[in-house]
Design a protein around this ligand. Structure first.
Ligand SMILES: [Zn+2]
Length: 617
């Protein structure tokens, strides 16, 4: 999961060929396999093991030994899958134009489908064994007991599994459950005709979403931003009743599935997989609403600095000052380890190892995948793909992905394979914390007021887009789902009023609201593709803000204990439910104080920004 605020890297016209880039800036995939022949051998082994697994069907009830055999074979398949998949996938991302490599990558995807079919028997067969029997087996067999959490969690989830007839019926419904989103994607992407606008500079721009975002964050003339905003939103206004009907389809589907499985609400159904209480989302929304003042203060400050008579939503991403400092990669290699000093020397040393190990693919080259990611190649080490271009955004992207890589490294080192992967609910905590530590470091060493302003705006914009906006989205999803749960009509007017009301609640009089904002909800793809997903950006952000407080403030002994708890969290992988793991690290998301940590963080940053702006006069 990547930050929703991450911008695409702009392709440069003077790209070096991959072969011209020195080896120390490229990842070395020989750490996974020596060559394609070794990969093919592993692929064939994997294929064979998948067939072996299918042959175990019907054996589980015989006893602990048979169950253990299935669990271990499943682990072997999983471990091999990481290597076979990532070798082809990372190789593909080096140059996506290579069809032969793409074919190998697709070959693995076909094997994935086979693996899915070959293991479909496992859950129903296991759940036919009474939990008490399983627990007796685990008490007597330490090797099997390793799998306790994973196995018992399947029984917990069984509570909402229907009988064979019911499950069959639901599986038939899955074929049309994706129709509202498919239609949304067609209407908003495939069938859309992007308008072209003329800017005040005389240039013209075709308003794809990327261009639209770029205009809002680069065009200094407010009229250009207003024009882009209005023209872009007309795309949604023109079909607003269709969008509302499609969203109603999403809401009705979610409520149908929730009721079928005996959940009290669609939210409860969405949270059950990770065992998250509904109160977490409710608390997140209520506590954020109570903490909107620093957000409003930031908008008022922006309005003053930008010299605008009226300040609109489309004025919220333009930089406060012009700044074009470059950050060479070699400088960052020194700064990044220095920034994690608050996490202790061993962590710092491990981070240096990540930076120097040929694990990172740094620069862009023709055909390379855009963006950035950390790939958790189990049994090898994490790899990182960057498109580093010396900008401040690129520096923070590296800090972000480094958080993911360190999480992978610690979790793989301390957990058995079955718990090595962490959930999305925890994943963005270390990446966000890594960015926060890096910001502190950069602020402390910045001597130039303009650089301070840019750093502070970067941090604040991150909080606005990753926290406040995502909570507002979660709020919208909750209200919309409640409409259908209470049997009330879902119309374009109802959804527009709801969205406009939320903008007012969060921004108050700090932002002048344009009527066109009523339709903005139709522009948010997450509402249609993955309902009740975005709140996790916000809970991760809140968790990281609270951890940051514990790690960097207060007495020495308290901080040492906080480091210990934090490293335990990273080392815990997916060995327990995410709320339990976070509680162990000192973060309780059901308490308002956790959310207030973000509000306090923003408040402090806005104050620092005011000071930095006063300093340049
Ligand atoms: Zn991320």
């Amino acid at each position: 999961m990547d930050s929703p605020a991450t911008a695409e890297t702009v392709p440069s016209s003077t790209l070096r060929d991959r072969s011209e880039i020195p080896a120390r800036f490229k990842w070395n995939l020989k750490h996974i396999f020596d060559d394609w022949r070794a990969w093919q051998d592993a692929y064939d082994t994997l294929d064979r093991k998948i067939s072996d697994y299918a042959a175990l069907q019907g054996t589980l009830a015989r006893g602990a030994g048979e169950l253990l055999q299935a669990m271990r074979l499943s682990d072997e398949i999983g471990q091999l899958t990481y290597k076979v998949w990532y070798y082809a996938s990372l190789m593909h991302d080096e140059d996506q134009r290579d069809n032969a490599i793409n074919a190998k990558r697709q070959q693995v995807q076909i094997l994935f489908a086979k693996a899915g079919q070959a293991s479909a028997w496992f859950n129903p067969e296991l759940l036919n064994i009474p939990l008490a029997t399983l627990q007796t087996w685990m008490a007597a067999n330490a090797d099997l007991a390793v799998y306790r959490f994973a196995l018992e969690d399947l029984y917990r989830q069984q509570e909402h599994v229907l009988d064979d007839k019911g499950e069959h019926l639901l599986s038939l419904s899955s074929r049309f459950a994706s129709a509202p989103h498919d239609a949304y994607a067609a209407l908003s992407t495939a069938d859309v005709r992007h308008p072209t606008i003329a800017l005040s500079t005389g240039a013209t721009a075709t308003l794809t979403y990327g261009q639209y975002r770029a205009i809002l964050s680069t065009e200094r003339n407010q009229r250009d931003r207003a024009l882009a905003f209005h023209e872009y939103h007309k795309l949604y206004q023109a079909n607003v009743n269709t969008y509302a009907a499609l969203y109603n389809g999403v809401l009705q589907r979610d409520w149908f599935l929730a009721q079928s499985r005996g959940y009290a609400s669609a939210l409860e159904a969405a949270l059950h997989g990770n065992n998250i209480p509904v109160a977490v989302v409710e608390n997140l929304i209520a506590s954020t609403k109570a903490g909107v003042e620093p957000l409003r203060r930031y908008h008022r400050l922006r309005r003053r600095v930008l010299g605008l008579d009226s300040y609109y939503t489309y004025d919220s991403t333009i930089p406060l000052v012009d700044f074009d400092r470059r950050y060479p990669y070699d400088d960052v290699l020194e700064w990044l380890p220095a920034s994690v000093m608050p996490l202790g020397k061993p962590y710092q040393q491990q981070l240096r190892d990540v930076l120097s190990g040929d694990w990172i693919d740094v620069y862009e080259n023709p055909g390379k995948r855009s963006g950035a990611y950390s790939a958790p190649v189990y049994g090898v080490h994490p790899y990182m793909l960057l498109n580093y271009n010396d900008t401040l955004d690129a520096v923070f992207t590296l800090a972000h992905e480094m958080g993911h890589s360190m999480h992978t490294l610690l979790s793989n080192a301390h957990q058995p394979f079955v718990y090595s992967a962490y959930t999305i609910f925890v994943a963005e905590v270390p990446s966000t914390l890594s960015e926060a530590l890096f910001l502190e470091y950069m602020l402390a060493r910045a001597t130039d007021d303009r650089e301070r302003i840019v750093l502070l705006q970067h941090a604040i914009d991150g909080i606005v887009s990753t926290f406040y906006t995502q909570v507002m989205f979660a709020d919208f999803e909750l209200q919309a789902h409640r409409l259908v749960e209470q049997g009330r009509p879902v119309t374009a007017d109802a959804l527009g009023d709801m969205y406009f009301g939320l903008l007012q609640t969060y921004h108050g009089d700090a932002v002048t609201l344009d009527d066109a904002s009523r339709v903005t909800w139709a522009r948010i793809p997450h509402f249609f593709s993955t309902p009740y997903y975005v709140y996790q950006y916000a809970t991760c952000f809140a968790s990281s803000a609270q951890l940051m407080q514990q790690l960097t403030t207060g007495p020495e002994s308290g901080r040492a204990a906080a480091i210990e708890r934090y490293l335990t969290l990273l080392s815990a992988g997916g060995s327990d439910h995410p709320m339990t793991l976070l509680q162990g690290a000192g973060v309780d998301l059901s308490r308002p104080a956790t959310v207030r940590a973000v509000v306090d963080q923003l408040d402090g940053l806005v104050t620092k920004l005011e000071e930095a702006i006063a300093a340049i006069g």
